[in-house]
Design a protein around this ligand. Structure first.
Ligand code: ADP
Ligand code: MG
Length: 701
């Protein structure tokens, strides 16, 4: 149960002075709290101003910025009330300073108020949007008309909030004021040395500083005040992930001690040696497998960095221990490819492997399931079909999940529940920036394959406008005459499959006019078997050019392919371009990637293409992608509605994340029940950020 002391913060905004039942609806809309319900006081506190009006800058009329809200010191010169019967005309007041003059304009004015507030000859401070109208400066309905005494009471910087239709800045400011008054004195959850080192204020002082800014500094996202609040939010999320992780570990694992017998044979059979990165990843994975806690590890590596091999050797380790492994891939094509590549090696070393997909014949499937349950199969490679209830293992020790974020977390766990304390290895080919791994996979250990296998040649990446298609076709002709194999990817058109298909079909037809049956086509609407047939024809070299919509699956491996043409490259995201380019440059031949674009290029598209030409480092590309797109989209979380952060923004506060992660680890390691003084304060933090479920884990024990 949430501690009583926090209750005022979790009351609805209608409990604040000046907020009635009607306006509270507007607050629900403007604050759109992550829980989706009614806006509460804490939602208001976490709705930080996006900017501020600095009242301390006192420009003269001549240099005051136009079309902005400004505060000006003026002397009242003349009143011009609407004349005669024309009551619709505005009441105008002429004011001046030593640099010029301006008209204050009041429509439907209360004459008495205007006369009282702006006596002729008096000095006044007026605030409002300064506009140039017909060559003359004017301010329509100043939001403030102040005398000296009133000016002294004005906050130096006025916060400006995101609003919704019908809600005014004034109402939001007043409500925020009221909310500040409800903030209780809370115990400190941040480590005192860290606070001192960073010169961070307390939680309460930080909230006061942002909502009642003393200067523009506290509105700067990098200010100590903002950093403190961002850290609070990051710490809450990292402690939550840490508690989930601790719980998983507590549920326990079973050690799988390999003998090295099978894995060594595989390594010997390979025509190459492991890269250092592969060897290091295996050391970590084997240590995890051998320990009696559960493994939750993310294996990150660019396309072609050799993750599949690492996974195979990890699976060999559990097979040596007399247990079973499962490997799951997101698509039929990828699953088959993994199977076909692993099969010859497995047979050589005596591992029994099976394939399980949604397309198996009934009798065959029954046989596979029986063999799995009896432990007559060591490794099963499959699609989603592996999740089905009918699938049981004799002793599943390790689940490898390829291409993580096509599967949800619950699916990952579903596979994990098919054995007793199954170790989990997730592989992802999309290099995820460190900051995002920590945010979304904070509960996992990470191994990275940054190094590419030796002998890989750089890919020559070029950009050409679509008008030069003729030249490209001629160049492709020369390349295939020299034995090259070419992927030709057609663009996404408005996410519309029919149009995608039309574009790809049309392109295939054009290329067929030149190259006849050497051109194949694969697209998302083909039947599975036809898709496989088209891919296989290309793999075997029966076709030299494969025209494809983006269905050329992440991970499909045709080492002989050396040319990648991407049409309408400007329509693809950076990560996607990188993934597609990764289809080539896998074999011994020199590879080329042609980015065909429609001119003129927009700014972002041009930036993407420049980055593609500059680097092949997937991690750098991922960082750039993050910068160009914003954090949510990289993992496709924006669509699925994973709640984001309110106080922290990863592009600004990303550097705090590792600090929060380490701190969270320390807290959870030292005080797993959050029972110490600091632990109790951290509980408070968790409640504040709506992490009640994390606190519940503590009790589940
Ligand atoms: P990923 O799954 O990371 O995309 P793969 O495991 O599919 O990469 O490997 C890509 C290609 O590189 C495969 O053909 C594989 O046999 C080869 N490969 C893997 N490791 C090495 C290595 N250490 N040296 C040379 N080639 C390697
Ligand atoms: Mg792969």
């Amino acid at each position: 149960m949430r501690p009583d002391i926090l209750n005022p913060l979790f009351a609805g905004v209608a409990t604040l002075p000046g907020v009635g039942p009607k306006t509270s609806k507007l607050f629900d809309k403007a604050l759109s709290p992550p829980h989706g319900g009614e806006a509460r006081v804490c939602d208001l506190l976490f709705h930080l101003p996006h900017s501020g009006i600095d009242r301390r800058a006192r420009p003269k009329l001549m240099d005051a910025p136009r079309d902005q809200v400004v505060l000006l010191e003026v002397t009242v010169v003349e009143h011009r009330p609407p004349s005669g019967r024309n009551t619709k005309a505005p009441y105008r007041v002429l004011v001046e300073d030593e640099t010029g003059d301006m008209t204050l304009v009041f429509f439907l004015a209360n004459h008495q108020w205007v006369e009282r507030s702006l006596p002729i000859g008096a000095k006044r401070w007026v605030s409002g949007k300064l506009e140039l109208w017909d060559g003359h400066l004017q301010m329509v309905h100043p939001d403030k008309v102040l005398d000296e005494a009133a000016l002294a009471k004005l906050p130096p910087v006025e916060p400006v909030y995101g609003l919704t239709e019908g809600l005014t800045q004034r109402a939001m400011q007043k409500a925020a004021e009221g909310a500040l008054g409800k903030v209780p004195d809370l115990p400190e959850w941040i480590d005192p040395p860290l606070m001192a080192q960073r010169k961070w204020p307390t939680f309460m002082a930080a909230l006061h500083a942002v909502h009642r800014p003393e200067g523009p500094e506290s509105l700067d996202p990098q200010s100590a005040v903002r950093l403190r609040l961002a850290y609070d939010e990051l710490l809450a999320s990292q402690v939550t992930l840490g508690l989930v992780r601790a719980r998983m570990k507590k549920l326990g694992g079973r050690p799988s001690l390999g003998t090295g017998k099978i894995a060594d044979k595989i390594t010997l059979a390979l025509p190459f040696s492991l890269t250092n990165a592969q060897a290091e990843a295996l050391v970590d994975i084997r240590a995890d497998l051998a320990s009696d806690t559960r493994m939750l590890r993310l294996l990150q590596g660019d396309v072609g960095s050799g993750k599949t091999l690492v996974a195979l050797l990890a699976m060999a380790t559990v097979v040596e221990a007399g247990r079973q492994a499962a490997m799951m891939a997101p698509t039929e094509i990828l699953t088959r490819q993994h199977y076909e590549r692993i099969l010859p090696l497995a047979e050589q070393v005596g591992m029994r492997i099976a394939l399980l997909t949604g397309r198996d014949k009934v009798a065959e499937r029954r046989k596979t399931l029986a063999a799995l349950a009896a432990g007559e199969i060591d490794i099963v490679i499959g699609t989603h079909a592996l999740f089905q209830e009918a699938v049981t293992f004799r002793d599943l020790a390790l689940a490898v999940v390829d291409e993580q974020h096509r599967f949800g977390v619950h699916q990952r766990l579903a596979l994990g529940s098919k054995g007793e304390a199954v170790d989990i290895l997730v592989m992802t080919a999309t290099p995820i920036p460190r900051t995002l791994v920590l945010t979304y996979f904070g509960d996992m250990d990470v191994s990275m394959l940054r190094e590419k296998p030796a002998g890989r040649q750089p890919i020559d990446t070029r950009a050409l406008p679509l008008e030069r298609l003729d030249e490209v076709v001629a160049g492709i002709g020369r390349a295939i005459d020299n034995g090259a194999r070419v992927y030709w990817v057609c663009p996404l058109v408005d996410e519309n499959e029919d149009l995608d298909l039309a574009a790809a079909t049309e392109r295939a037809e054009l290329l067929q006019q030149f190259f006849g049956t050497r051109v194949g086509l694969v697209h998302g609407q083909m039947k599975g078997a036809d898709k496989d047939a088209a891919m296989e024809a290309f793999q075997r070299g029966e076709t030299d050019i494969l025209v494809a919509t983006t269905v050329i699956e992440v991970g499909v491996d045709v080492p002989e392919a050396t040319v990648m043409v991407i049409e309408h490259a400007e329509r693809f995201g950076l990560a996607q371009l990188h993934q597609l380019r990764g289809r080539v440059g896998r074999g011994k031949g020199r590879s080329t990637c042609l980015l065909l674009y429609k001119a003129p290029l927009g700014e972002v598209a041009e930036a993407r293409i420049t980055i593609m030409r500059e680097t092949e480092d997937g991690f750098r590309i991922a960082e750039e992608d993050l910068r160009l797109r914003g954090e949510g989209e990289v993992l496709g979380t924006r669509q699925s509605g994973t709640p984001g952060f309110r106080l922290a923004s990863l592009d600004v506060h990303g550097a705090l994340l590792p600090v929060a992660r380490d701190d969270a680890r320390m807290i959870v390691d030292k005080d797993p029940e959050l029972a110490s003084e600091r632990g109790k304060a951290v509980r408070m933090l968790l409640y504040l950020f709506g992490r009640d479920e994390a606190v519940r884990l503590l009790r589940a024990g």
